[in-house]
Write a protein that binds this ligand. Structure first.
Ligand SMILES: Cc1cc2nc3c(=O)[nH]c(=O)nc-3n(C[C@H](O)[C@H](O)[C@H](O)COP(=O)(O)O)c2cc1C
Ligand code: SF4
Ligand code: SF4
Ligand code: SF4
Length: 636
């Protein structure tokens, strides 16, 4: 079948769906949605539809990015725009089906917004909401709106037109187009994608490979997983374009086994591509052959490093090797290989579909286009976001993220995952692009963005990241293997209140040695959290070391819990909840905490009724309290 025919069929299927007389329900059922309870919602919706005798089309879609509002569902009634609801429970979802589908009340009070043409009374336009307004959806445009398991939905929305266009162009012209778009690798290093393709195309050798890096090992990152779950064909189209351009007839998708839904959708998508002739021999009659295999990774962070990843595909232990030779010259099985990130591949498909000028219209001078981020931590609205590069951290955290959770103070943002740096409030107006982040001592990384509030101890947070990189170091080179362990040991001592004045300089010395002496990016970037927190939060290190005080009141060895005599009402709730019986008291008696018994679990603070708020957590200070429980009246 020709592409024109395939496209025509897909469009008519899509249009029939859009103009169907049946209502459509789109349930966000990616991993995040399912974890939030989407499957329970799905079940009750189907039951309610059956009970009400409503013929409706129910589609499971991927993540729309508003993870804070999962589980979510969109309802399209014929002739109306889609109304999107969030924070669903099975009860609320059932009620919405009854109210909107049966009684024609769209429940504006429960709706997040509407999407599509037309208006919905009393419901705002979803894309005008602060969380979405600053965003630009280039690679995520289909996520949450099409059925990721239906290739026709992808095709009807412009999918595979990029491949068709590419097959009519010369590889050199495609490389030129990608170079003009300014696209830089979204996996972390930010190398020009066009240049990378050029190197591999020009590398001598008839047999070449391309690889999609879907390892995504950064804790807190889920951009690649969401894209693969929500729109797998966008990545596969990009790979087919890349293979044709480079002259590769074989490729691999390296995806961690912990992503079962992404893997399932990739397998299905590959079968659909085969059926339509988008993959295999003689693709769309062009004479170009391309075969793609999926390789499941075991989930080691270092296997995301390109040379380790290739070793892993070859069945060897996933350990990085020194470069040169670069993969473009000698990669998988010693053949020229081009490896790109999931998002990079999806970007290339969009660039071919819509043109380099369109893509380069977004972003800043040296960092063009958009980038997805997993915005997590202490923000009101966590989620998967896509923003034009050059946007400021403040816009991301305050406009899109809705500010800091519970109105607390912003303390830091970690960009680039465990290998990135922690940036302080003074950096909030920095643009998010490769150069600005590097100048601040951090990195773009693959898109993890973790926000910390005033209750976060920066030394403790650094210890957390170091713990991760130390455990994930493959151990090949001593500076990385030994240095990360040494730094972790010092950080641990400092948080225990056993730091020495020379520790900060020592940490800096080791950090530089590890950076300079390490073979791969893991070791070269592992010290970033240490160096940036010393640079921007030195006072916290000093307080721990010199005053044995944790300013954020996090480090257990340096904090104490006290019951404030003038606030305690003798209700005995904390006494009953304390797991180690460290609290003594009686009814209408001021309770006291035995400091020697207390394990600093914080349970008493959590259970003391907020109207009393009688328990305080201190660091570096002592509170005057009675030695024994005394009657409340006696102390008044
Ligand atoms: C320890 C380590 C882990 C990495 N993990 C990933 C990953 O999960 N996904 C990814 O695309 N790149 C990862 N990278 C970067 C890759 O080595 C490589 O630069 C990237 O896949 C190239 O694709 P791009 O040019 O599209 O960014 C990692 C690098 C290091 C050093
Ligand atoms: S830097 Fe660390 S992770 Fe990378 S090769 Fe050396 S020991 Fe292994
Ligand atoms: S912090 Fe935990 S151990 Fe200590 S007094 Fe409170 S409940 Fe008991
Ligand atoms: S829960 Fe609060 S008010 Fe009640 S006894 Fe404990 S400290 Fe006092």
């Amino acid at each position: 079948m020709t592409f024109e025919k395939i496209h025509k069929q897909a469009v008519s299927e899509w249009e029939a769906l859009q103009s169907s007389s049946k209502p459509r329900l789109l349930v966000g059922a990616g991993t995040c949605g399912s974890a939030a309870g989407a499957m329970d919602v799905l079940k009750v919706i189907n039951e309610e539809l059956a009970r009400q005798n409503i013929e409706a089309i129910v589609i499971q879609v991927g993540c729309m990015g508003l993870c804070f509002a999962e589980p979510m569902m969109g309802i399209v009634k014929p002739g109306h725009p889609q109304v999107i609801y969030g924070n669903l429970t099975p009860e609320i979802a059932t009620q919405i089906v009854k109210d909107y589908l049966v009684a024609d009340n769209p429940r504006a009070d429960l709706a997040l917004g509407y999407a599509g043409d037309g208006k919905a009374d009393g419901i705002p336009n979803l894309f005008e909401l602060p969380v979405l307004k600053p965003q630009v959806r280039v690679v995520l445009h289909n996520c949450g709106f099409i059925d990721p398991e239906n290739i026709n939905h992808y095709i009807a929305n412009g999918g595979y037109s990029g491949l068709v266009k590419a097959l009519k162009m010369s590889p050199e012209a495609i490389i030129e187009e990608i170079k003009k778009s300014g696209l830089r690798g979204r996996g972390g290093a930010g190398f020009s994608t066009g240049q990378k393709w050029d190197f591999c195309r020009k590398a001598p050798g008839r047999e070449k490979y391309i690889i999609c890096n879907a390892d995504e090992g950064d804790p807190g990152a889920f951009m690649n997983r969401s894209l693969l779950e929500g729109d797998p064909h966008s990545v596969l189209e990009g790979m087919a374009i890349g293979a044709y351009t480079i002259g590769a007839n074989q490729g691999y998708i390296y995806c961690r086994a912990e992503y079962p839904l992404a893997l399932e959708r990739l397998r299905l998508a590959l079968r659909q591509m085969e059926e339509y002739g988008f993959i295999g021999d003689n693709i769309l009659g062009s004479g170009f052959d391309f075969h793609l295999k999926i390789k499941e990774g075991a989930g080691a962070f270092v296997c995301g490093e390109e040379t380790a990843l290739m070793a892993s595909i070859e069945g060897k232990r996933g350990m990085p090797r020194s470069r040169p030779p670069f993969p473009a010259i000698s990669g998988l099985w010693g053949k020229p290989t081009n490896i790109n990130n999931v998002e990079t591949w999806a970007d290339t498909a969009r660039i071919l579909q819509k043109g380099s000028e369109w893509y380069a219209g977004y972003g800043s001078e040296k960092s063009k286009g958009t980038k997805t981020f997993a915005l997590v931590g202490k923000v009101e609205r966590t989620g998967l976001i896509e923003v034009p590069l050059g946007i400021t951290l403040r816009q991301i955290i305050y406009e899109i993220g809705g500010g800091i959770l519970k109105g607390k103070e912003f303390k830091a943002v970690q960009t680039g995952g465990p290998s990135g740096g922690c940036l302080p409030p003074s950096m909030l107006d920095s643009p998010v692009d490769y150069e600005s982040l590097a100048a601040a001592g951090s990195i773009m990384g693959s898109g993890g963005m973790i926000v910390a509030d005033e209750d976060t101890c920066m030394v403790d947070l650094t210890k957390y990241f170091l713990n991760f990189t130390q455990a994930e170091s493959c151990g090949k080179c001593p500076p990385c293997r030994v240095g990360t362990r040494q730094m972790l040991g010092i950080l641990d001592r400092i948080t225990r209140g056993e730091g020495k004045p020379e520790d900060i300089a020592q940490l800096e010395r080791i950090a530089i040695t590890v950076k300079q002496g390490s073979l791969c990016g893991l070791g070269q970037t592992a010290p970033n959290p240490v160096l940036t927190t010393i640079r921007y939060f030195r006072n916290e290190y000093e307080a721990h070391i010199n005053e044995k005080r944790c300013p954020a009141r996090v480090c257990k060895n340096l904090i104490s819990f006290y019951i404030l005599p003038d606030k305690c009402q003798g209700c005995m709730i904390c006494l009953r909840a304390c797991p180690v019986e460290a609290i003594t008291g009686d009814k209408r008696m001021i309770h006291i905490i035995d400091q020697d018994k207390c394990i600093k679990c914080g349970t008493c603070t959590d259970v003391c009724p907020p109207r009393f708020a009688a328990i305080t957590k201190v660091s570096g200070e002592q509170i005057e309290v009675p030695q024994q429980p005394v009657p409340i009246e006696a102390s008044a």
